[in-house]
Design a protein around this ligand. Structure first.
Ligand SMILES: *Cc1c(COP(=O)(O)O)cnc(C)c1O
Length: 423
């Protein structure tokens, strides 16, 4: 029987109460294969990373070729072409001139936060106040936990986390009648918090991921942008999940007409093949670090900074996105007919859709939220029918790789619908 290896400590898992894991021996496109060859549709892109599909031959080839040529080199004193090419392309795509490398989403956020704090420090106007949204998730390291929602997951560390001011996240859904009122409440609160000098506002543009795949309107982000701009506080966009086409636009900031000072990217950056994070920063941020005074240097770096294999994978993934932008710009239309059908279902509420990501809540008798058990039953049912989803409490969502076929997508919706009926 499948079980966790005695020497493995798995993430986000309570071994005593969780089901044993299944061995996956290979993967191709949207499919994961078990030892016996049975396929499972990976409907959440293996924790939101797999972008074009598993074992993509073009990216695999790029990694292989790079590995034969230059697998790793210290990125202080030395540089290499893959890193420079990636920096140039992401700079052009985001409109932010500088790229700082790290290893994952959490470290990309740590870098963004440290840059924001130190930018004010270097200016000689040190500030402390950071504003974040209720329900936010920015990663699991201490700085990232601090700006994230305080909850069950970080409770043991609460006293060690730095203080953050919060504003409500005015999430919306189909047929929502009160969104403007909620948006206005948030804006009023933000304006009052900004009376205190503020380092930065950090947000997940358009979609909060781990917080429950909750979505806000691009119009709302536009308003936020204006207010932040007037206040001189910096804007940090956490595009770790939503970057690289997930929202139907190459970057969610674009669709929300945001021009952030800092953008954190990871997950889909390498097509989801290798771990890597980057923080994009504007020239304005960079300029305040240029000084002979050593205290103004950004003293931060990681062993695997700009790992050439990661850079090669990221460049190959960008090639694929550039070659076929329709794969993400038109994805909404592929979800739409299925969601319309589901919208008539009495057990489903708060349907929402942005780009490749579709979500809705299950109507249950228990409290909404991560500990609501309804999603678990749906997950088990779906897996029995070869569809892998990982509901967030009673929130069911699909976040498939771009390569998923219409038939596979239809199968996911069919199984989810049936599972809801049997639940
Ligand atoms: C996953 C995620 C992170 C953290 O990224 P890791 O690579 O898991 O450290 C940060 N922000 C958002 C929005 C994420 O979805």
């Amino acid at each position: 029987m499948d079980k966790w290896h005695t020497n493995i400590w798995p993430p986000f898992t309570q071994i005593t109460s969780s089901k044993p894991p299944q061995q996956i021996t290979s993967a191709k496109g949207a499919l994961l294969f078990r030892e016996n060859g049975d396929p499972i549709i990976d409907a959440i892109s293996s924790w939101w990373v797999t972008l074009h599909g598993h074992s993509n031959p073009y990216i695999a080839e790029a990694i292989y070729n790079q590995a034969k040529q230059l697998e790793q080199v210290i990125f202080a004193d030395f540089t290499h072409l893959q890193a420079e090419k990636l920096a140039q392309r992401l700079s052009k795509a985001t409109g932010l001139q500088k790229l700082f490398f790290s290893d994952n989403g959490s470290t990309a956020i740590e870098v963004a936060l440290k840059l924001a704090f130190q930018w004010w420090y270097n200016k000689g106007e040190p500030r402390q106040q950071i504003i974040a949204f209720e329900g936010a998730y920015h990663g699991d390291t201490f700085g990232a936990m601090s700006v994230g929602e305080r909850n069950l997951f970080n409770e043991p560390f609460e006293k060690m986390l730095f203080p953050v001011r919060r504003i409500p996240w005015p999430a919306t859904w189909w047929d929502d009648q009160e969104v403007e009122k909620r948006e206005q409440e948030t804006i009023t609160k933000l304006e009052s918090l900004l009376e205190t000098p503020t380092v930065a506002l950090i947000l997940e543009p358009l979609i909060q991921g781990a917080g429950g795949m909750t979505m806000v309107r691009p119009e709302f982000l536009e308003k936020i942008q204006k207010i932040i701009h007037q206040s001189k506080a910096l804007l940090i966009a956490d595009e770790v999940m939503v970057g690289f086409g997930r929202t139907g636009s190459l970057f969610a900031s674009k669709r929300g007409k945001l021009s952030p000072d800092l953008i954190a990217l990871s997950k889909g950056l390498t097509g989801g093949c290798l771990p890597m994070g980057v923080t994009m920063a504007s020239q304005k941020i960079f300029n305040n670090f240029l000084d002979d005074d050593p205290r103004k240097t950004f003293w931060h770096g990681h062993s695997f900074t700009a790992n050439p294999l990661g850079c090669a994978a990221a460049n190959a993934s960008l090639d694929l996105l550039e070659k076929n932008p329709n794969a993400f710009t038109n994805f909404e239309l592929r979800h739409l007919p299925h969601l319309k059908k589901l919208s008539k279902h009495p057990k489903i509420k708060k349907i929402r859709l942005t780009g490749t990501i579709a979500a809705f809540d299950l109507q249950t008798n228990a409290q909404d939220g991560y500990l609501n058990a309804a999603g678990k039953a749906i997950k088990d049912y779906a897996l029995k029918h070869n569809v892998f989803i990982r509901p967030l409490g009673n929130v069911i969502y699909l976040l498939p790789p771009l390569c998923i076929t219409d038939t596979q997508l239809e199968h996911c919706y069919k199984i989810i619908t049936r599972s809801i009926e049997s639940a």
